[in-house]
Write a protein that binds this ligand. Structure first.
Ligand SMILES: [Cu+2]
Length: 185
């Protein structure tokens, strides 16, 4: 992972191919949402946002995320964010009721800030444009939590086998001790 620049505006490629989605955390100092094909950046400013403030570096659950998006396009767009597992599997028509935060509808050159807590019960964040069918055309971003700083909780294993062994040993020791005491009398 390349160390991301902090506090500076740069353009991050919006990666939308599922196979390369994990690369998003590699350089997340800014974010572009692009409709122009996954893996491309926002150089022509169409159907994409840039993050003017904030970043997705070291994205971990439970932290406060604050991002300012700017629409560089001539069309209206917005940004919705939801838990990654709430994204529509087809990456189209994700239910806006799942949104943790939303920007206003942003016209050309407009900015808006969203602030939210990264949820703990999911694997990452999902950003999308809720205008028309923009999401279905690729205007979305998957931002999985950085696996280096966070791991999903392991399934709980019942400690019963160990506990039972301990109880057994204790009972045996007690019984042995009692037997000795009985013999002494
Ligand atoms: Cu849009």
């Amino acid at each position: 992972m390349a160390p991301p620049g902090r506090g500076f505006i740069s353009t991050l490629v919006l990666v939308a191919l599922l196979a390369i989605a994990p690369l998003l955390t590699a350089d997340a100092s800014s974010l572009s949402l692009t409709l122009h094909g996954h893996g491309q950046d926002c150089t022509d400013a169409r159907f994409c946002f840039t993050i003017e403030e904030g970043n997705l570096t070291n994205l971990t659950p439970g932290t406060t995320v604050s991002l300012t998006f700017e629409n560089h396009d001539t069309a209206i767009h917005n940004v919705y964010v939801a838990p990654l597992d709430q994204a529509n599997p087809n990456r189209a028509s994700t239910n806006p009721d799942h949104a943790l935060a939303t920007t206003q509808d942003l016209g050309p050159g407009q900015q808006d800030r969203i602030t939210f807590t990264a949820p703990t019960n999911t694997t990452g964040l999902y950003f999308w444009c809720e205008v028309s069918s923009h999401e279905a055309h690729g205007m979305y971003l998957e931002a999985p939590y950085d696996p280096e700083t966070w791991e999903p909780p392991e399934p709980h294993e019942a400690p019963y086998p160990l506990l039972q062994s301990l109880i057994k040993i204790t009972l045996i020791l007690l019984a042995t001790g009692e037997t000795r005491q009985t013999r002494k009398r």
